[in-house]
Structures are given as structure tokens and as C-alpha cells.
Design a protein around this ligand. Structure first.
Ligand code: ASP
Length: 330
């Protein structure tokens, strides 16, 4: 029998009824959830309620605790798979942090949650948990990085995003699609994900903020963030990685003072590229010392940049290497 560890952290999947139809996310301990997956007798399951939180209360401290628990379970060698239950709102952040630091070649690590509370009619809570456990018990799920299992689809934590605030197909990897599907307990693995290298689990993460770019963005907002003391920022840039014209003076001052600035794209997929030559184009920012980041959402880029700085300090060449997909061409 496969041995599965379930680490519950809270979220809608672990909620109980509150007042006037609202839900108290995280109030249900993991042990009670497992009892209703009807997998007893088919798997040996150990459950730990690590947190009972809504996922807006989960961040670097909790990521580190989860990563260390997973690493201990993997190193001890007495589980075949790990499932983490989590609120959906920040599931992609926790999943991506773990994806950057955990070696899944021997033990699959799968994260799931639900859009509907467990006590709702037609809830996806037990179905999603059951499928995540089936996936974690499947040898085909090894070595794919951390996986998000949701609504019978399986996504790489490297590319997954929450795409609906309420529908059951709440997750997708825009432009890539799922790695596969779960159908009647069978994992149909249809594609393998490209992955960046693993990074160590640090004692703490430096503060890295996100600056979202948009038409007409004012200088004051960028300046307020840059002057407030982050170690680094990720600019969620326009298209190929352009930044608003009004931000240029403040950004150039921050770069000249040694702030690490990563620039990704706010589009749902596609690489950044130094395609243009005009003020605020990516090329100008890279010349000034910014790092162009491709194929990661701003939320993921921020986590990886924080991990990279925790590992290498502010050495730009080492940080750049952590974001190099190594697509070398012909
Ligand atoms: N607000 C909830 C949370 O992220 C949403 C969910 O779990 O689906 O904790």
C-alpha cells in the first residue's frame, strides 16, 4: 500500500459554516477532511494539520516550515507521496516556493484546495483531495516538480495561476495548459514541464515587492515603493517588458544605488525581449542593470528573486543564472 502524508494548511477546503452563509476558512482540521475521501484501506495515510489558516495569512514563514517538513519526509524515506491542502488564493505562491526548493524525483509533492466549501452541495473539496492523493501515490508524478491538482487537471507549479475566483476549473497554466489529467484514478501524463534549477531553503527571505505597470502609471507610486526599503523589486512590465515612462527617473536612481530590479511581463505568456529602442523599453532598463525575466508571472518571479538573493546576495550574474531557461537555439 502507498504511504501518503497529507499536510493541511487551511483554506476553503478546510472551512466550516460561519454566519449568514459565509465560511470560516481553515477551521476544519486535516484529519476530518481525509475521513471523507473514501480512500481508507487503499492507502496508508498520515495527516498533520500544520496550519489552520486562510491563505491570505500564508507567506515566507509558512513556506519555509512546509518546505522543511516536506524535505524531512522525503529524506526519511518513509512516505511515497506528499499532499498539501491549501487555500486557493495564494496556492500558486506556496506551490512555486516549494517548486523552487524541493527535489521531487523520489517523492511527488502535490498541492490542492477547493473552490467550494466542504459542506456545500456539489463541493469539489473531497474530489480534489482524493485526486491529489491518487496523484501523489503515482510513480509517474515523480520528478515533475511540485504539482497542483485541481478539478481533474494536473499543473506544473512553475506555470499555474488561479484563473477563476469561483468556478471549479479555478486553475490553469495560460499558454501551456495542464501537464495531464486525472481520470478515474489514472494519471494521464501528456507533457513534462521545463524547470529552472533548485535553490536552497534559506533561513529567511529578503523583502521583494511587485510594481505592476499600466497605462498612465504615476511616478509617485513607483517612488513610494522604491524608497520604502525593499531589497529588490519585480516590475510586472508592459508587453515584452517595457516600463512606464514616468517611472524612469526613480528606477534609474534605485538601480544606481544597487537595488536589484527584475522585469517580467504582465501578459499571460511569452518571453520578455529587448525588441525596442525608445525610453522605457526593456533594452534601456537592462543597460541600466535590470534583469529580464521570462515565463514567470510577477508573483512567481518575486519568490524566485527573493530565494536567489537569499542564496547569492546581490551578485547580478548569479541571480541572472537562476532565471536562465537555457534555450540556446540552433
Ligand atoms: N479565501 C480562501 C483562501 O485562500 C479561498 C480558497 O481557499 O479557495 O484561504
Amino acid at each position: 500500500m502507498k504511504r501518503i502524508a497529507v499536510l493541511s494548511t487551511g483554506g476553503t477546503i478546510a472551512s466550516i459554516p460561519g454566519n449568514e452563509g459565509r465560511a470560516i476558512a481553515g477551521a476544519l482540521p486535516g484529519e476530518e477532511l481525509i475521513a471523507r475521501t473514501e480512500l481508507q484501506g487503499r492507502m496508508q495515510v498520515q495527516v498533520e494539520s500544520v496550519f489552520q489558516k486562510a491563505s491570505n495569512a500564508i507567506g515566507p514563514v509558512e513556506w519555509m516550515i512546509l518546505a522543511e517538513k516536506c524535505q524531512q519526509l522525503i529524506q526519511a524515506g518513509d512516505v511515497d507521496g506528499i499532499v498539501i491542502t491549501h487555500g486557493t488564493d495564494t496556492m500558486e505562491d506556496t506551490a512555486y516556493y516549494l517548486h523552487c526548493v524541493l527535489d521531487t524525483s523520489k517523492v511527488p509533492v502535490v498541492i490542492t484546495g477547493s473552490q467550494r466549501v466542504p459542506h456545500a452541495m456539489g463541493s469539489d473539496a473531497y474530489a480534489n483531495l482524493r485526486q491529489a492523493m491518487e496523484l501523489a501515490a503515482n510513480d509517474q508524478a515523480k520528478g515533475l516538480g511540485v504539482l497542483v491538482s485541481f478539478n481533474q487537471s494536473v499543473f506544473s507549479a512553475g506555470f499555474v495561476r488561479k484563473v477563476s475566483s469561483f468556478q471549479l476549473n479555478g486553475f490553469d497554466s495560460p499558454g501551456f495548459g495542464p501537464l495531464g489529467m486525472l481520470d478515474e484514478g489514472v494519471f494521464h501524463l501528456l507533457q513534462r514541464p521545463s524547470m529552472l534549477g533548485l535553490l536552497p531553503i534559506p533561513d529567511e527571505l529578503p523583502r521583494v515587492d511587485i510594481l505592476p505597470a499600466y497605462g498612465g502609471a504615476d511616478a509617485a507610486m513607483a517612488k513610494a515603493v522604491l524608497d520604502s526599503g525593499p531589497k529588490a523589486v519585480v516590475i510586472e512590465g508592459l508587453g515584452r517588458g517595457q516600463v512606464p515612462l514616468a517611472w524612469l527617473p526613480a528606477l534609474k536612481i534605485a538601480l544606481s544605488k544597487g537595488m536589484v530590479v527584475g522585469i517580467c511581463s504582465s501578459t499571460l505568456h511569452g518571453a520578455t525581449h529587448e525588441s525596442y529602442e525608445y525610453p522605457g523599453a526593456l533594452h534601456e532598463m537592462v543597460e541600466a542593470g535590470a534583469i529580464a525575466i521570462s515565463h514567470l508571472s510577477a508573483r512567481k518571479a518575486r519568490i524566485r528573486l527573493a530565494l536567489s538573493i537569499a542564496t547569492h546576495g546581490t551578485s547580478l550574474s548569479a541571480i541572472k543564472a537562476d532565471f536562465d531557461w537555457k534555450f540556446t537555439g540552433i
